[in-house]
Design a protein. Sequence first.
Length: 446
Amino acid sequence: MSLFSSLNVGAAGLGVTSTWMNVIGDNIANLNTTGYKGGRASFVDFLPQHVFGANGGGQIGAGAATSKINTMLGQGSFETTDNALDMAIQGGGFFVVSDGTQDFYTRSGEFGYDDEGYVVSGNGMRVQGYSGDGVAVSAALGDLKLPTADVPGTPTANIVLETTLSAEEDVATDVAGLDFYGSGTGASTLVDAGTAAQFTSSTTIYDSRGVGHDVTVLYERSGANDWSWRAVVDASEAYDSTGTQFSTDTGYAFEVASGTLTFDTEGTLTGSTQTDTSSSTTWDFGGTDTPSVFFDFGLDSAGVATDGVVSMSGEESALTAIAQDGTMSGQLTGISVGTDGTLTGAYSNGEAVDIGRVGVASFQAPQGLERIGGALFRATPDAGQAAVGTAGTGGRGSISGNSLEKSNVDLEGQFVSMITAQRSYQASSKVISTANDTLQTLMQLI
C-alpha cells in the first residue's frame, strides 16, 4: 500500500470520529429532553486489502466506517409534576400518538387536553387509548377523549338511620293529628311538624335528575314499646299526576312515607313498617321518576336485619348517623392515573369514575424503531408490528401519573466518551500529518 492510502485511512478515522462526536453532542444537547433515549455510534473496519510478503500474505485495513447509530432504550429517571395527565412508563413500551393519518410512538408523556376534551401530546397529536363516557371505558382503541358532560346523578334508594329514641317520652298524638299533603288535604307546615314531633332527623335525598331535596323524619311515641314515624318534604317541591304542585307556597309539609317501629322490653328494635305515599297518591318531584326510598331502621317489615340501628333507651333521643345512597350530578374536578393507565375522574358530587385508559405499544424489536424527531419514533419492518394494550400486561411497563421520564443520557459517561473521541480525532489527524511529512520527504528526493 502507498502512503496515499495512509492519508485515506487517517481521513476515515477523522470521519468516524466526527460522527462519534456528533452523536455525543446530540446526547448532551438532549440531556433535558423528556423521554429522550441516547444514541451510541457503532463502527466497523473498512475494506481490508490483501498484501503478499516473502513469508506469506496478510491483510491491511483501509480505515473505519460507521456501522450504525443505535438508540439506547434504557430507563430514564422520573421527575414529579403538577399536571395530572403527565405520565411516565416504568419498563418497556411506548405511548401511541396520532396525527390523524399515522401512528407514532414516544416515551414522552407530556400530555394535556384540547378544547374538545381529547388528550394530546405537546406537539398536538392525539394520544391513543380507550375512552370512557363517565359510566364505562370502551374496549375500542382510538383517540383518547375525556368526557365533557357532567356525570349524571343517581336517585336515592336507601336512607340508613342510626338513632336512639328516648323511653322517657310520653305517648302522644300531636304528629298524628297534623294534616299533610299526601296524607290529607294539607295544611300543616314544616315548622308545625317539627314542633309537634318528639324527635326529628333530616338529610338530603336526590331525585332521578340528581336534584337534592331536604327530607325530615318525624318520630312520635304511640305506645309503651311503639313509635310512629313520618317522612316529609317541602310540598312546593312535590307534584301530582297532572304536574301541579301540591303547594305553591314553600314551607308546607308533604308526606312521602310513614310507618311504625316496635321495640322489645329491652329497647331493641323487633320490627318496622313502611307505607309509601306513592302507593295511594301519584306524585314526583316535577317530571322525575316516582321516588322510591327505603327508610332503613335496622329491621324490615319481615323482620330481616338491615344496616340501620334504631333503639329505645332511657337516654335523650339522639341521631348517631344518617346516610343515603343518592348523588347529585357532578362536574369533573380532577384526574388521577393508575398504574395500568386508567384515568379516574373525581367529580364535584364525590363520585370517582373511570373515564379512560391510555394505550401502551410494545414491539418485538424496539431497537428497530426509526427516530424522526420531536421525541417520536416510527414503526419499521425491523421493529415489527405494534401491539397496543393495557399497561402492565404482555411485557408492557406500568404507568406513573404526575410524572415524566427524563432523558437516559449519562452526562459523565458522555464526557468520558467525548475525551476519547477527541484523542481519537487527534491521533487520526496525526496519521495524516505524518503521512504528509513522509510524502514531503519523498518529494524532496526527486
